[in-house]
Write a protein that binds this ligand. Structure first.
Ligand code: HEC
Length: 153
């Protein structure tokens, strides 16, 4: 089976409408790929807002869509780390499961920062986009520093 195509299909399904179902359908084995794919797509949405954050481009409908996608991903992230979904090519540290309260805190910080970014964009507060985007970025690295193994790619 063509893994790239399957992954792409999974990501589209997830982005499409009903978050819970395709994630559940991926099973524990497929979960590492699903969460890495979603992580890469959230990174792409973040990058797409760079020009707006720098003030080089106005807030548009597209900026709104990117911010909404970041919020949606932040809302489903918790579903992507079921027990037993470590191993293989995963960079997830065991601490995700041994320190669940701390992990939940990181998830919540990300959700809150993403929600704030969306509000700022909805309100058309261009000067606030940069700081809000950086605040989201800090929650990404805040979690990675503790819960993701360092690696070179
Ligand atoms: C609550 C914790 C958490 C938050 C918040 C989080 N990540 Fe991650 N991220 C992880 C973990 C854990 C992995 C490793 C996934 C795996 O390989 O199993 C990961 C993997 C990734 C990867 C893939 C690299 C790899 O390990 O293969 C990228 C890219 C990434 N994250 C970007 C982001 C961005 C951008 C944000 C914020 C917008 C973000 N992440 C928010 C925990 C988090």
């Amino acid at each position: 089976m063509n893994t790239v195509r399957r992954l792409f299909g999974t990501a589209i399904l997830i982005m499409g409408c009903c978050f819970g179902t395709p994630i559940a359908a991926a099973g524990v084995e497929g979960m590492v790929e699903v969460r890495q794919t979603l992580m890469f797509s959230v990174a792409a949405h973040m990058r797409s807002l760079g020009a707006v954050a720098k003030g080089n481009s106005p807030i548009t409908k597209t900026s709104h869509d990117h911010a909404l996608s970041i919020v949606r991903i932040s809302n489903v992230l918790a579903l992507l780390f079921p027990q037993g979904s470590q191993g293989g090519k995963s960079h997830t540290k065991e601490e995700v499961w041994s320190e669940p309260l701390e992990f939940e805190r990181k998830l919540r910080e990300f959700e809150e920062a993403a929600a704030r970014l969306l509000l700022v964009i909805q309100d058309g507060q261009q000067v606030e986009v940069g700081p809000s985007l950086r605040a989201v970025g800090n929650t990404c690295s805040g979690c990675h520093n503790v819960f993701r193994h360092k690696h070179t790619h």
